[in-house]
Design a protein around this ligand. Structure first.
Ligand code: BTN
Length: 241
């Protein structure tokens, strides 16, 4: 069973939990904050984290020998997407690797962080989830206004609590047995990228490609304009709308 810690304000639930983990916190510790003052996104970006969203981190200590962190991220994306659909009656999709979209707007980001010991072991993984559950009072800032969306217009405490309950239930349903990859079918079904024209971003260069498939390790198979194909296991793609 998980151990839940609620905080009103924190810099980043991932940072807070990482500190607890380094001091020996138990597996399945969950930090939930009403707002973050320095929410972290992938690629050193900020994650806008005003009140009205769900910001939480889960501490896992999986045996990572047989599979990698991408599977945790992908399982989390499915759990979030299923939770939003169940609570709101809407239909979300997953943009590879791990962004959840509602009507072409990003409503959730996931940031998994781990540390590696000098002997190459990964003692824990922090799974950070940020969901734009309610419309923010001040709206999104200019930088993300066109790409970010939310799920409900009106803030509602009951929905907030139900959402967290179901989200954790759905996450642990997958985390408890990651190696059986039960999330994989849904991960593929919900994916926004397959069959779409995309841009693959590598460093400062962008390549036009077509999203072909997702394999059993959640890698994205793409085909470039020169017809060469590649399996991507991490990185960023943009959908050409
Ligand atoms: C992304 O889309 O770039 C990933 C965003 C991850 C945001 C969540 S909010 C809870 C947790 N704490 C953080 O500082 N980041 C993650």
């Amino acid at each position: 069973m998980e151990n839940l810690i609620f905080l009103e304000t924190v810099d980043s639930t991932n940072n807070y939990l990482k500190n607890l983990a380094l001091k020996g916190a138990n597996e399945n510790t969950v930090i939930i904050a009403s707002e973050q003052t320095a929410g972290k996104g992938s690629r050193n970006r900020n994650f806008y984290s005003e009140k009205g969203g769900v910001y939480l981190s889960v501490l896992l200590k999986p045996d990572l020998s047989g599979f990698d962190v991408t599977l945790i991220t992908s399982a989390t994306a499915v759990a979030v997407s299923e939770t939003i659909d169940e609570i709101s009656g809407k239909t979300t999709q997953i943009k590879w690797v791990n962004d959840v979209y509602l009507q072409n707007k990003k409503v959730c980001g996931i940031l998994c962080e781990s540390v590696i010991t000098p002997d190459g072991k990964i003692p824990f993984v922090i799974v950070g989830i940020g969901v734009n559950l309610f419309k923010l009072k001040n709206g999104f800032n200019n930088e993300i206004r066109d790409i970010a969306g939310y799920i409900f217009e009106e803030e509602n405490k009951e929905i907030y609590n139900q959402f967290i309950d179901l989200l954790l239930k759905n996450c642990f349903k997958y985390f408890e047995n990651l190696s059986n990859k039960k999330f994989l079918t849904e991960y593929k079904n919900r994916n926004l990228v397959i069959g779409k024209k995309i841009e693959v971003i590598k460093g400062n260069t962008t390549y036009n490609a077509l999203g072909l498939d997702i394999d059993d390790n959640c890698r994205l198979k793409v085909q470039y304009a020169n017809l060469k194909t590649e399996y991507l296991s991490s990185g960023e793609v943009k959908i050409k709308l």
